[in-house]
Write a new protein. Sequence first.
Length: 108
Amino acid sequence: MNLAAIPAQRAKLAAAVPSTTEILRGSLLRRHIRHRAGCATCAKGKGHLVWVLTVSYPGGRTKQISLSPEQKTTVQQWLRNYRQLKAALERICELNHHLLRPKKGKES
């Protein structure tokens, strides 16, 4: 790898990352809920479609946030932004690893 090219590659990666204010970590799940009584749709066995953002935390804790249909598109985009940002950070870290490796022909 050309060490002189690494700063430019890092800058290009950093410039391409999405806004860090519009990110979400978690998973978007489609669930069906059913009411216990008094709902004709649930009585037929169909239930109601709902979208849920699920986020896992250390210690096995999980948080679920019910979403309105209008929020689904925004949440999908923010999840994509998170994955893109995380992938870019991983690539930048790999480039930085190359900078830290000992130079051939030099002693420590």
